[in-house]
Design a protein around this ligand. Structure first.
Ligand code: ZN
Length: 395
């Protein structure tokens, strides 16, 4: 399952011609785009590129689509590598997803002893400086509900405290992009406020929260649902639960695993219809993504992968996916989801959740040159990673 070639930015200019542009602003045939130093410099249609096109590397994309790079807010590994196995494994996992169109990713960590998590977020902070595809970390544990733990080891689940919240923020040095919290944990609402005030995107998930508790979490500063519908109560006509609470709260976004297993594609289509511009497709991929079926380890628990479905060893509990985002795109289109809504959910919406939508997610001048060239069958032909994201202070 080797993916496409991946190009890193150079100071040279590059011109991509004769493609159909496909981003959150719509589709446009006969499109061209000029990049320099990992940034989109000019765009246009037809032959207007001639003004810029002499002496630059030119790629004729006749018959292909050009989309912004996909952004994955939530993955645990890929290509046989797990995020828990250290910097080299994380880089290899990110590289695997990159071959499938993901140019930027937030590195998710499953529940582990707090000391281990602090070491991991500190090492990801260094990695984010080194590899521009890595946007920072997502702590999925340890503040999760035991009865909704999924593949997270129950021994590592704890309540947030003022002290452990500060320890995490300090270790991450500004690179903790996201944290998933069960608002039912003791002192969870205070922790949600503290993380949100520190600029972290707080998600609620792995929770039994009802509608009112979910609304309280959003009021405290949470603004995302972790893998919507999975590891939380669904929508019941007498128990609306966290999904309806999120639908009712403007500014709250939804993660969604569109692999055909975690959520039925028709339910995915209805969620996207009910919450336009607010759904970000994620992989939640574990090590077997882009690799073979077999026995794997997720954090400290054993996982079996059979026909691409990952479950906790000896159970039917789903333990992440083997999805890549190009596959999610194809699945959504097959389910009849609007084409522009699908590409937005892979690009601009996750960028918006991270506050990076002025830099990532559109094919416009000034945006970073994260590009995916897709064949007419929507397989990934070539991937370009643009320059590093600028921090809020310098953007
Ligand atoms: Zn996860």
């Amino acid at each position: 399952m080797k993916g496409a070639t991946v190009e890193r930015p150079t100071t040279e200019a590059m011109l991509i011609l004769n493609v159909t542009k496909w981003d959150a602003d719509g589709e446009e045939p006969g499109f061209w785009l000029l990049t320099r130093g990992g940034v989109i410099e000019h765009t246009g249609t037809g032959n207007s590129w001639v003004e810029w096109g002499s002496g630059v590397t030119t790629i004729d994309g006749t018959g292909a689509y050009l989309t912004p790079g996909f952004i994955d807010l939530h993955f645990h590994g890929g290509g046989g590598h797990s995020n828990e196995d250290g910097p080299e494994a994380i880089k290899a996992a990110v590289a695997t997803h990159c071959e499938h169109g993901t140019t930027r990713a937030v590195v998710s960590l499953v529940a582990n002893p707090l000391e281990t998590l602090l070491d991991s977020v500190a090492s990801i902070a260094s990695l984010a400086d080194e590899d521009q595809s890595i946007l920072g970390s997502h702590l999925e544990g340890p503040f999760l509900a035991a009865d909704r733990r999924g593949a997270h080891h129950p021994a590592h689940l704890i309540d947030p405290t003022a002290a452990n919240v500060q320890d995490i923020l300090r270790a991450a040095r500004g690179t903790l992009r996201q944290i998933t919290i069960d608002p039912g944990r003791t002192d969870a609402l205070a922790a949600i406020s503290t993380f949100a005030d520190a600029g972290v995107t707080v998600a609620i998930g792995h929770t039994s929260a009802d509608y009112d508790l979910a609304v309280a979490a959003f009021r405290a500063g949470a603004r995302l649902l972790t893998h919507t519908f999975n590891a939380m109560p669904g929508i019941h006509h007498r128990e609306p639960g966290p999904v309806v609470a999120a639908l009712d709260t403007p500014g709250v976004f939804f993660e969604l695993i569109l692999d055909g297993t975690h959520v039925h594609p028709r339910v995915a289509a209805h969620l996207m219809g009910a919450a336009p511009h607010r759904v970000a497709l994620i992989t939640d991929a574990m090590a077997a993504s882009g690799s073979a079926d077999g026995a794997y380890v997720l954090g400290t628990v054993g996982v079996e992968v059979s026909q691409g479905t990952a479950t906790l060893a000896g159970t039917s509990v789903l333990a992440g996916s083997t999805l890549t985002l190009d596959k999610a795109l194809r699945m959504g289109l097959k389910a009849g989801i609007d084409r522009v809504a699908m590409i937005e959910a892979l690009t601009l919406t996750p960028a918006r959740i991270l506050g990076l939508d002025a830099q990532l997610g559109l094919l416009k001048p000034g945006y970073l040159a994260d590009l995916v060239l897709l064949g007419s069958d929507l397989t990934v032909l070539e991937v370009f990673v643009g320059g590093p994201v600028r921090s809020a202070a310098t953007a």
